[in-house]
Design a protein around this ligand. Sequence first.
Ligand code: 13P
Length: 249
Amino acid sequence: MVAGNWKMNTTIPDGVALARAVLERCGAEGTVDVAVLPPFVHLWPVREVLAASSILLGAQDVFWEEGGAYTGEISPPMLAGWCDLVLVGHSERRHLFGETDAQTAHKFAAARRHGLMVILAVGETETERDEGRTVPVVDRQLEAVLAEIDAPPPADEWVIAYEPVWAIGTGRTASPAQAEEVCAHIRAAVSARAGESPRVLYGGSVTADNAAELFSRAGIDGGLIGGASLKPELFADIVAAAALAALAR
Ligand code: 13P
């Protein structure tokens, strides 16, 4: 899977144009699941652009309540049935907006109650890595979610994205070996707990230049792409790299 997290970028007309460009370049992709995650207000118009394609539509966040007095929030029932997936636990939610492991777990569980596919993002800060705490931090983030739900979703209905915080938007990509090591740990930890691991993506300064090497690693099933997802030609090159890696497996 290659998923483009547009974050808080593009106006609606620019987002619709970007979706058209992604459709043009990636619409015929048959090997890799391609997803775009535009801002909330773009979801409906982007859905209209992508309607006849297999490109998945995702939201960047979701709230855990069904409805009520929660100014500014978007609930799972508002998205269910027409939006394919939601991202929860992105490091920008955790670190810029103070979202806790427990809140991320509530969001995950609420999205699943409404049948939404979920991408769960996990990852350590630079300090946590320097202190040798990468594995315990990622384990804690995963466990918070697994403890909240009765049973893990079927492996094809969720995805884990390993995004080291220090690699996001910094141009400092994790080395393929660093990324593979943590992705392999995640896969083993979730398999031990849930039976079968979902796909594990890497995110953090993925570009058209480093994608092929990252995706060639056995434990990395694709990427969650920020900056490069705003440039359709770069995003399409990353999708092509994932398709080649998938064929080589
Ligand atoms: P960049 O690709 O811009 O580093 O962002 C990664 C990310 O946060 C995707 O969710």
